[in-house]
Write a protein that binds this ligand. Structure first.
Ligand code: GLN
Length: 202
């Protein structure tokens, strides 16, 4: 079982190291031919507008969109979440997404004063699935998107209290799509990578 990591831009290496810790093989994806034989794919953090452009220039956008629509498990983090969303607010007009996740996201939605911050989350569903305790899940947010709306088919795995007083979903899953607004690859906590590896193995 090999998981592809979209390697056009962003924190590719950190995801590869995270899966290596779990003894899960990964391979970089740069060209359409690299999609062959993958059991799952990661869309890393980076810059969603740049990733959108590079996906087009590398001619990966259509074939990658097709395998995701076909049910290949996909894990998007931060910019990767933006790429998966149904709709993007405050995006660039020419920015494209795969629309695989029934969520509307606001790019850089946590605003200037909180461009980057760390938090600790609770993720009881993940803990139960992994048969691990629901200890605090460290989460690093870097110019992160806010999930503004999540459709009824979207499972919220973790949320964060929002400035408006409600709660923002920050880890979500819909069928074969897993996505986080934060960067689990930048901490030592492997619970999200473990859950994705399980989705892939299934
Ligand atoms: N703000 C970036 C975007 O819109 C995401 C930042 C990140 O991935 N750390 O794509």
């Amino acid at each position: 079982m090999t998981i592809g990591i979209l390697a056009l831009q962003g924190d590719v290496r950190e995801h590869a190291l995270a899966f290596a810790e779990l003894e899960v093989a990964t391979t970089p994806v740069r060209r359409p031919a690299d999609l062959e034989g993958l059991a799952g794919i990661v869309l890393p953090g980076g810059e969603s507008t740049t990733l959108s452009m590079l996906l087009e220039s590398s001619q990966l956008f259509e074939p990658l969109g097709a395998v995701i629509a076909g049910g290949l498990p996909v894990f998007g983090t931060c910019a990767g979440l933006v790429l998966l969303a149904a709709d993007v607010l405050d995006g660039r007009p020419d920015q494209r997404t795969f629309g695989a996740l029934d969520c509307v996201v606001r790019r850089n939605g946590y605003g200037r004063q909180r461009d980057s911050f760390e938090s600790e989350l609770s993720a009881p569903t993940l803990a139960a699935e992994l048969e691990m305790p629901d200890s605090a899940l460290p989460a690093v947010f870097i110019r992160a998107p806010v999930v503004v709306t999540a459709g009824p088919g979207v499972e919220v795995l973790a949320s964060l209290s929002s400035q408006g007083g409600g709660r923002d979903p920050v880890a979500v899953r819909q069928g074969s799509v897993l996505a986080t607004a934060f960067h689990p690859e930048l901490t030592g906590d492997r619970r999200l990578h473990r859950v994705f590896a399980r989705m892939v193995a299934r």
